[in-house]
Design a protein around this ligand. Structure first.
Ligand SMILES: O=C(O)[C@H](O)[C@H](O)COP(=O)(O)O
Ligand SMILES: [Mg+2]
Length: 301
């Protein structure tokens, strides 16, 4: 098997761009690190738009809704990005509950996560509890052990990246997961979260305690899940062969692209390193890679 091609020249960039009409971009570690835009991303996205390419932003980060991400893009100077071009794992989970599960209107979702999940559930008319509820941002107290019981109005526990996770929230979630009929979903199960040039605990570390304690596995609706790819393909209707998935993480982004029949471009500005793909035992190897997304602009100028 030939190894991944490193794109380092103008000719290679031109050849690469000629193969694709559509680009699916991961966000954390590709477009930005935290609230810092990565070098020449703005110029590269403008260049691709000028060439008539379709741009879609597919993130596993469920802390923001599509609307909130549009504001983040704008704040970073990417005003041309619209909510229609954004597909996050929070939205993926909300669509799954609405369209696939047909979640009952009289039931609620117990959220372990941030406002992004709440906003997307609300946009699909799905009731929820937990999440950013300030009354849960406290230590568990002696009275809680008696008070926490299964809530029959809760039909699903949905976990995502929760920057305010604590024992109380985990306890309420576990007690409800001990009811077999309660659905167990995750927006994504990434083990780490790349930000500020470092790797912090990812969404997967939020549901891992529940997996251990409940002996149940969540259905994950983020990359590399087929559920998310089916949703993205249904919404954007692109030819997979003429479409490239651009990502910084092999076991989510690149696997997502490969399993969806897309082309794959790996960049070295996030979770995985060059050595991870050059390793002869690597199980996920992208077709092509480059140091950073901004190299597309830099190598053409
Ligand atoms: O833990 C997480 O949720 C992920 O690390 C993070 O969200 C990844 O986001 P993405 O790279 O898919 O934009
Ligand atoms: Mg990423």
């Amino acid at each position: 098997m030939t190894g991944p091609v490193k794109i380092t020249s103008k000719a290679e960039v031109e050849e690469f761009l000629s193969k694709y009409d559509n680009f699916l971009f991961d966000c954390d570690g590709v477009i930005w690190q935290g609230d810092v835009l990565l070098p020449h991303v703005k110029e590269t996205l403008s260049l691709l738009r000028e060439k008539g390419k379709k741009l879609i932003f597919v993130t596993n980060n469920s802390t923001k809704s599509r609307k909130a991400y549009t504001k983040k893009f704008s704040k970073l100077g990417l005003d041309e990005v619209t909510p229609e071009e954004i597909f996050g794992s929070a939205y993926s989970a909300a669509v799954y509950l609405k369209k696939v599960v047909k979640f009952p209107a009289d039931k609620k979702v117990l959220v372990l996560g941030e406002s992004g999940i709440e906003e997307e559930l609300a946009s699909e008319g799905i009731q929820f509890v937990g999440g950013t509820d300030p009354s849960l941002r406290r230590d568990i107290g002696p009275e809680d052990y008696d008070a926490i019981v299964p809530d029959p109005s809760i039909g699903c526990v949905l976990s995502g990246l929760d920057l305010h996770i604590n024992y109380l929230k985990l306890s309420i979630a576990l007690i409800n997961l001990q009811v077999p009929e309660t659905l167990f979903l995750a927006t994504n199960i990434d083990s780490t979260y790349p930000t500020h040039g470092k790797l912090f605990p990812g969404a997967g570390t939020m549901c891992a305690p529940l997996v251990l304690a409940s002996k149940r596995q969540p259905i994950s609706l983020g990359k590399p899940s087929k559920a998310m790819m089916d949703c993205v393909k249904a919404k954007f209707e692109f030819d997979p062969v003429r479409t490239c998935m651009v990502g910084d993480r092999l076991d989510t982004d690149i696997r997502f692209g490969q399993e969806g029949g897309l082309g794959t471009l790996f960049v070295l500005t996030g979770v995985n390193k060059e050595s991870d793909i050059l390793d002869e035992n690597a199980d996920v190897v992208p077709q092509q890679y480059m140091t950073k997304l901004g190299d597309i602009f830099e190598l053409l100028h």
